[in-house]
Design a protein around this ligand. Structure first.
Ligand SMILES: Cc1cc2nc3c(=O)[nH]c(=O)nc-3n(C[C@H](O)[C@H](O)[C@H](O)COP(=O)(O)O)c2cc1C
Length: 209
């Protein structure tokens, strides 16, 4: 799949089938994640991939137990909030039967000698986005999540993640139950500033008749 098509249709996929994902496909998305840049090419990130059903159930139950009531009580002021929060509720309920959970973790190693936490996040997120786009190109659905933070002690214990490793995000992955499609995003010319904050970027003026 062409990269622009993958990017422009890569919705957060919270509706995932329970069907297994082959090790070969998992290896492909993790390989793509390792191609991501990092500060000084320090590559201070690791991927903990969970396919063990019992471990997934333990982690999912812990997240659902802490998050479900909180999400159920959140306001849904418009359609996009409603769709997102309905999807999140569904994901919380179905996470226990998701075929793969991927935790993108980071090591505080950069700058060498006096590592700063901000550089850990700078290593985690490009890798996570590469992973998500590679999955999309292979037809797999994923969603960035940070709500795993509510279950961090359970996750650390279940997956034996050392205390000095930060857990950046959790990416559930599986075959999509819903369609990928166009994204709801601000147009580029409302966020791009050419040569100064007041500058406008219009590379492609409307064609003249
Ligand atoms: C850093 C980050 C954290 C996120 N955390 C969560 C989360 O905890 N739970 C969740 O359901 N979605 C989470 N999301 C997904 C966003 O809600 C989603 O990408 C955004 O609403 C755009 O949705 P769309 O890609 O379907 O257009 C997160 C996304 C990012 C980038």
């Amino acid at each position: 799949m062409e990269v622009f098509e993958a990017m422009s249709t890569c919705r957060a996929m919270r509706y995932l089938k329970t069907d297994e994902v082959s090790t070969d496909l998992i290896e492909q998305v993790i390989t793509a994640a390792t191609w991501a840049p990092s500060p000084g090419n320090s590559q201070g990130r690791d991927f903990v991939i969970v396919t063990d059903k019992e471990k997934i159930r333990t982690i999912a139950n812990s997240i659902e137990g802490s998050m479900a009531a909180r999400v159920a009580s959140m306001d849904r002021p418009d359609k996009s909030h409603r769709l997102m929060l309905d999807g999140t509720e569904y994901l919380l309920k179905s996470l226990k039967s998701c075929p793969v959970l991927i935790f993108v973790c980071g090591k505080p190693i950069y700058p060498y000698g006096s590592p700063r936490e901000s550089f850990v996040w700078s290593s985690i997120y490009p890798a996570a986005q590469n992973l998500i786009l590679a999955a999309r190109a292979l037809g797999l659905g994923t969603v960035f999540t940070t709500f795993q933070g509510v279950a961090e002690p359970t996750i650390r214990e279940t997956l034996e993640i050392p205390d000095d490793i930060l857990i950046g995000c959790m990416i559930p992955m599986g075959w999509p139950e819903r369609k990928f499609g166009p994204l709801n995003r601000e147009p580029y010319d409302s966020v791009a500033h050419l040569n100064s904050w007041k500058g406008e970027l219009r590379v492609y003026p409307p064609a003249q008749d």
